[in-house]
Design a protein around this ligand. Structure first.
Ligand SMILES: CC(C)(COP(=O)(O)OP(=O)(O)OC[C@H]1O[C@@H](n2cnc3c(N)ncnc32)[C@H](O)[C@@H]1OP(=O)(O)O)[C@@H](O)C(=O)NCCC(=O)NCCS
Length: 169
């Protein structure tokens, strides 16, 4: 079932058949230190949770592009995970811009937030470009290959979305 659509992409609720592709790119990006690795059963649990959205991103030919996991709590929406197979093609910008619009036009959340590891220069650049504001940095919060990585928290508030609405339309 379709969740949302952009010019080049469609976002659907994750089905079991996509989990093989999801785990494969998750392994790759876990190795790079950008995302943590979940077991199949953790993904399956998240697909069933009422306060989470486990979403698969497809291109217009239904080819697997990536996935996202979104959580809702206390008028906050967390873009907990986004992981794309095809990078640097503008898909991240396209899809996250649509997620921002969704958050502030289709739900009543006050804050859309995410965390990103400090080594993820591409992610940090893109989130800033999309209007995310750095809230702070959790020092040495994640262990990856014997090194501790800092985790940066970034967010957009509803008031910021409304003030800068032109950049999202
Ligand atoms: C992070 C991610 C979602 C971004 O999506 P994407 O489709 O690759 O991003 P886009 O192509 O829309 O934009 C990437 C931008 O970063 C820039 N960029 C690429 N590498 C960069 C780097 N090392 N440092 C800074 N900017 C960089 C690109 O030039 C582009 O900017 P521009 O369009 O202004 O020229 C995607 O790359 C991804 O899934 N990465 C692996 C997993 C991951 O890091 N997930 C996020 C965890 S928080």
């Amino acid at each position: 079932m379709e969740f949302l659509r952009t010019n080049r992409l469609k976002v659907v609720y994750t089905k079991d058949e996509y989990l093989r592709d999801i785990i494969e790119i998750e392994k790759e990006q876990n190795d790079n230190g950008f995302v943590s690795l979940w077991s199949m059963s953790k993904h399956l649990n998240s697909m069933e949770k009422n306060d989470s959205l486990h979403l698969t991103i497809l291109d217009n030919n239904d080819k697997f592009v990536g996935y996202m996991i979104i959580n809702f709590e206390n008028k906050n929406m967390e873009l907990m995970r986004i992981n794309l197979k095809n990078r640097d093609e503008g898909y991240g910008f396209e899809i996250i811009q649509e997620i921002i619009r969704y958050a502030f036009t289709k739900t009543d959340v006050n804050r859309l937030w995410l965390d990103v590891r400090h080594i993820n220069e591409r992610g940090i650049y893109l989130y800033k470009k999309l209007g995310f504001v750095k809230e702070g940095e959790l020092r040495e919060a994640v262990l990856h290959k014997n090194k501790f990585l800092n985790v940066i928290i970034m967010s957009i508030l509803r008031s910021e979305y409304e003030k800068n609405i032109f950049r999202y339309s």
